[in-house]
Design a protein around this ligand. Structure first.
Ligand code: SF4
Length: 458
């Protein structure tokens, strides 16, 4: 088994990551770009990078993820990728006819130092960008940052390239959803709709990466934020950004560029963070919370009340992205679970401080690492075992080696379905999350119960 030789003894490591709790920057940039309607992501680098990024997204969403590449060979590596990108822009607009090409760089093109805006200007000067079509870009060298920063960068690029203000405010609010599933984006829009708030969401991958099977292939599905909607964000009344790491930069850029005030919140996972989101919507839009939403909250509370004995004192190890982990940890602590080992592969300034604050009432030592890797998480678990793991598919190796149940959550999930269709955000999402936690916990209890205490009713 792959991780069988993970030693219990923890030694200080400075320049070595083993089993990272992250993926590379362009994956996040590519994912965000797919949240623009009629957009073809473009990877400025060699074919291998693009193939890896596409396949990771395709495996996670079980949808064909389209992206183009500058297809660097030895020549481009030596002389730069300008000729390749200009040619690619021409080919893409001629053959596939997207409205937007969203270029992200790779380690190789960043090392060469290609200047994407200059190359795009050259393509424009040569008439290779048709009128009314756009080329946007973000720099995503993957020797720094992670998929989270790539997502953040591409989302900010949407503001930099598209947002504008004509000075006349529109009756709408921007929502930047963070690096979440298409199902979560749908759920956030539903909550806003139930509250009667008109929103523009960007990026918006719902109905792009969770589209229905129609028997017909659409290269550009009907979902995604349109260019027109993106342009209008500069005239919105306010921006609500969910997830500080993934959405904060775009919200602040929009404030600076178009004077759209912003509230940057945690991802609405669990009671408290969803309450804060709903309350911010209520206050910002000057409306009341409808009964139907309060009822959903009450249903979530009912599950916690009914099943609290199975949550109480359950020790959990978590790996994932900072935005998700902060809200998830808060949720788990609020139902008396004990998240005690927490790692993220993304460097986040205030992550450890936030986690320490959230877990200060947990009656057990809590380990936090940013950036940390799954090797370290495994070592912590060996020294201080847990009852449950929550994290992406790569956690299954630890789950198998240590015989601990795993709830799949986060990115990437390569071996299960459901995440793109069923949200974990909002009160309803909270119900699903609890269902998954209870299923994993009680299945294990059933498996391990001696015959005399094997219960029919839990
Ligand atoms: S880490 Fe760099 S070289 Fe590797 S796939 Fe990502 S962008 Fe390409």
């Amino acid at each position: 088994m792959l991780l069988r030789h993970t030693p219990k003894e923890i030694k200080q490591r400075k320049a070595l990551t083993i089993n990272p709790a992250k993926t590379c920057q362009p994956i996040g940039a590519m994912y965000a770009a797919l949240g623009i309607h009629s957009c073809l992501p473009h990877s400025h680098g060699s074919q291998g990078c693009c193939a890896y990024h596409r396949s990771t997204l395709t495996r996670h969403y079980k949808e064909p993820v389209m992206a183009a590449t500058s297809s660097f060979t030895e020549g481009a590596s030596v002389f730069g990728g300008q000729a390749n990108l200009v040619q690619a822009i021409d080919n893409i607009f001629t053959i596939y006819e997207p409205e937007v090409i969203a270029v992200h760089t790779t380690c190789l093109s960043e090392t060469i130092g290609d200047d994407i805006p200059q190359i795009a200007r050259k393509a424009e000067a040569e008439g290779k960008i048709p009128r009314g079509k756009y080329v946007i870009h973000v720099n995503t060298p993957s020797y720094v940052g992670t998929h989270v920063t790539g997502f953040s960068g591409m989302t900010k690029a949407m503001v930099d390239y598209f947002s504008k203000s004509n000075g006349k405010k529109l009756d709408q609010f921007n929502i930047i959803p963070g690096y979440v599933e298409p199902s979560d984006m749908e759920e956030i829009k539903r909550i806003a709709e139930v509250m009667g708030v008109r929103t523009v969401m960007f990026p918006d991958t719902s109905r792009v990466l969770n589209r229905p099977q129609t028997g017909k292939y659409d290269m550009f599905p009907k979902g995604g934020a349109t260019v027109q909607a993106l342009m209008s964000t500069g005239d919105s009344l306010a921006t609500i950004a969910l997830g500080r790491m993934a959405s904060g930069a775009a919200a602040r850029a929009l404030d600076t560029k178009c004077k759209v005030p912003c509230e940057i919140l945690d991802l609405p996972i669990g009671f408290k963070a969803t309450d804060r989101f709903v309350d911010t919507l209520r206050k910002t839009a000057g409306i009341n919370v409808p009964d139907s939403l309060s009822e959903e909250r009450g249903q979530l509370m009912d599950i916690v009340t009914d099943m609290h004995q199975y949550f109480y004192g359950t020790k959990v190890a978590l790996a994932g992205d900072p935005d998700q982990l902060i809200s998830l940890t808060e949720f788990l602590v609020s139902i008396d679970m004990w998240p005690i080992h927490i790692v993220t592969g993304t460097v986040s300034k205030d992550f450890a401080t936030r986690i320490r604050e959230i877990t200060k009432g947990v009656p057990h030592q809590v380990n936090v690492s940013t950036p940390g890797d799954m090797f370290l998480l495994h070592q912590w678990i060996k020294n201080d075992p847990v009852d449950l793991l929550i994290g992406n598919t790569y956690m299954k190796y630890i789950a198998r080696d240590e015989d601990i149940p795993l709830v799949r959550f986060g990115f990437p999930i390569l071996d299960r379905i459901g995440h793109s269709y069923f949200p974990t955000l909002g009160y309803r999402g909270g119900m699903r999350l609890l269902e998954k936690i209870l299923d994993a916990t009680l299945d294990r209890k059933d498996r391990d119960s001696p015959e005399e205490s094997f219960e029919l009713v839990m």
